[in-house]
Design a protein around this ligand. Structure first.
Ligand code: CA
Length: 230
C-alpha cells in the first residue's frame, strides 16, 4: 500500500514514516502543500491513502482535500491536526476528509485508523490477494502457491512482497521497469536504473527455490510478465 504523507513537522513526519514503513506501507513524505499537490495531481503514482496535516506551508491540508474532491478523486484522506474544536472537525469532514486524528496521537491509533479506512474503502486491500494459484498474505508477508498439489509457503522481504503484489495485480500483462520503479520506489529516492532488475533477481531466486521457476517472464526490451493460468 502506498501512502502520501504530508506533514511539515520533521520529527513527527519521520516518526510516522518509520512506523508505516515497518508495517509494510510504502511512504512518500513531503513537507509542503504545493509539493504535495504535485504528487497527488499526476497519473503515474497511485496512492492508497493520503495523510494530510491541516496546517502546512503552501496549500493547506484542508485545501488539498477540497481540491481532490473537486477533481472527483476518491482517494481516502486522513486529516491530522492540532485543532480539536468541533467546528474544525466539521470543516475537515465537509472538505471531504474520511477521518480525522487530533495531535498528539499514538502510532497505534494512527495504524488503527488506517486499518479502519481499509475496511471501509474498496481501494484498500484485503488480508489476502489470490490470483491463479498464488496467494499473498498481508499479515505474515508470505506468498503461498499450490504447485503440483504441493502447497509451498515463501517468506518475502517487504520489497519482494510489493513487487510480487504489483505483478499479481497485473497478471498476464507486460509491465515495464519504469512502471514498477514509479509505483514501488519513492519518488524522492535516487533510484538507480538497475534497482528493478536487481530486485527481480532476488524475487525470482526465491520463487525458483520453492519450485516455482519461470513464473515471471522477461520480454527483452519490453518488460516483464507474470504468467498465470486463470
Ligand atoms: Ca503543520
Amino acid at each position: 500500500m502506498r501512502v502520501l504523507l504530508v506533514e511539515d513537522e520533521p520529527d513527527l513526519g519521520a516518526a510516522i514514516k518509520r512506523t508505516l514503513t515497518q508495517h509494510k506501507y510504502l511512504v512518500d513524505w513531503v513537507l509542503d502543500g504545493n509539493e504535495a499537490w504535485a504528487y497527488l495531481d499526476n497519473s503515474w503514482t497511485q496512492y492508497t491513502v493520503a495523510i494530510l496535516d491541516w496546517m502546512l506551508p503552501g496549500i493547506s491540508g484542508l485545501e488539498l482535500c477540497k481540491q481532490l474532491r473537486q477533481n472527483k478523486n476518491p482517494l481516502p484522506v486522513l486529516m491530522l491536526t492540532a485543532k480539536d474544536t468541533m467546528e474544525d472537525k466539521v470543516a475537515g469532514l465537509d472538505a471531504g476528509a474520511d477521518d480525522y486524528l487530533v495531535k498528539p496521537f499514538g502510532m497505534a491509533e494512527l495504524l488503527a485508523r488506517l486499518r479502519a479506512l481499509q475496511r471501509r474503502s474498496p481501494q484498500f486491500q484485503p488480508q489476502q490477494l489470490s490470483v491463479g494459484n498464488l496467494t499473498l498474505d498481508y499479515g505474515n508477508s508470505t506468498v503461498s502457491h499450490n504447485f503440483q498439489a504441493d502447497k509451498q509457503v515463501i517468506l518475502l522481504t517487504n520489497k519482494e512482497f510489493q513487487l510480487l503484489e504489483y505483478f499479481m495485480k497485473h497478471p498476464n500483462q507486460i509491465v515495464t521497469s519504469e512502471q514498477i520503479r514509479y509505483q514501488l520506489w519513492e519518488v524522492s529516492s535516487e533510484t538507480m536504473s538497475n534497482v528493478v532488475a536487481a530486485q527481480m533477481r532476488l524475487l525470482r531466486r526465491k520463487l525458483t527455490n520453492s519450485g516455482c521457476a519461470n513464473l515471471i517472464e522477461t520480454l527483452h526490451g519490453l518488460g516483464y510478465r507474470l504468467n498465470l493460468t486463470p
